[in-house]
Design a protein around this ligand. Structure first.
Ligand SMILES: O=C(O)CCC(=O)C(=O)O
Ligand SMILES: [Fe+2]
Length: 330
């Protein structure tokens, strides 16, 4: 029914206003049962930090291709993915799309070389790959990761209330959240570009929570429950948040994972910085059902889900063609 994206204002919660958490919980429940996306205002991340992070993303992508290719994306989904380097195989609207017209670089939690998971080469627990010639870049990315993670953690009590649970329900599952910061660059697509060429083809994220910062250039749209595509703009001071397959699954399909896509025919360069956040690596997510019953899906961990997802989407034909299948939000 709702054709617009709800806006949640975190201000009253910050100020300790009575009833604020329950009110936001109800707004979030509606957002995730009707739309699957919401904006947050008064989210606590300074605009200057977002601006500086966009500047860092532009500096990264302005490097010569060889410098970026030196950081080529690996099995942990960390590193640089070249322009048209991946195709969205699991296409939310069932069409065959061309390789995505964007380039992106992915970072995860910055683990030290002697971390036990790094030493054991645990999948999705690899070390970040940093560019050699960009002073200050690493510090900026780390500051952005800390800020987005902080916001994600502050939102968890609202998710708990939206599901009728005690405010601290999710805390033990997010002791050390998995996350991926993606810096995407969408070049202008030619007006004459084929219909099935997207900046990013219609897809559903894998994440529990995606916090999205966009620069001022439009291009993102989402598909409503009615099947219409509506624009998801980037209003000043607001961040856009959505849920992916992990949220849908964990909530026993009660919360939506809404398909979305990017087309950049704005005539300008578009940058976006999504932050995909998930539970801790070893946290077991058992379905949270309305009546406390076991639910339809098996309990699962992040690595089990991600490896199963990748296997399900693996096409030998794609591999033979040297094509990388996009891992959304790994
Ligand atoms: O670029 C955007 O605005 C959204 C990108 C996106 O959906 C993704 O990276 O999963
Ligand atoms: Fe996405």
């Amino acid at each position: 029914m709702s054709q617009s994206i709800p806006v949640l204002d975190l201000g009253p919660l910050q100020d300790g206003a009575p009833g604020a958490l329950d009110r936001l919980g109800e707004e979030l429940r509606r957002a995730f049962t009707e739309v699957g996306f919401y904006f947050v205002r008064n989210h606590g991340i300074p605009q200057s930090l977002l601006d500086d992070t966009f500047a860092a993303a532009e500096r990264f992508h302005a490097q010569p291709l060889e410098a970026k290719l030196a950081l080529r994306i690996n099995e942990h989904n960390i590193g640089y993915m070249p322009m048209r380097g991946a195709t969205t195989r699991v296409n939310a609207v069932g069409e065959v799309a061309r390789p995505n017209a964007n380039e992106a670089v992915f970072f995860k939690r910055n683990l030290p070389a002697d971390h036990p998971d790094v030493v054991a080469n645990v999948r999705f627990r690899g070390r970040n790959q940093w560019p050699a010639g960009l002073p200050g870049f690493r510090e900026q990315v780390l500051a952005a990761c800390d800020a987005f993670e902080g916001l994600g953690l502050r939102l968890l009590p609202i998710y708990a209330r939206a599901l009728g649970l005690p405010a601290d329900h999710f805390a033990p599952f997010f002791a050390e959240p998995m996350y991926t910061l993606r810096m995407s660059h969408y070049p202008q697509q030619e007006p004459a570009a084929p219909e099935n060429e997207y900046g990013i083809a219609p897809h559903v994220d894998t994440s529990f929570m995606t916090i999205l910062a966009q620069n001022r250039i439009p291009g993102l749209s989402l598909r409503t429950q009615d099947g219409d595509w509506i624009d998801a703009p980037a209003p000043e001071g607001a961040l856009l948040i959505n849920g992916g397959m992990m949220l849908r699954r964990w909530t026993d399909n009660r919360f939506l994972a809404t398909p979305h896509r990017v087309i950049n025919r704005s005539g300008e360069e578009r940058y976006a910085i999504p932050f995909f956040m998930d539970a801790s690596y070893r946290a077991v997510m058992a379905p949270i059902t309305a009546d406390g019953s076991p639910g339809r899906m098996q309990p699962i961990t992040y690595p089990d889900f991600m490896t199963g997802y990748q296997r399900a989407n693996f096409h030998h034909a794609a591999e033979a063609a040297g094509e990388k299948v996009e891992l959304q939000g790994a």
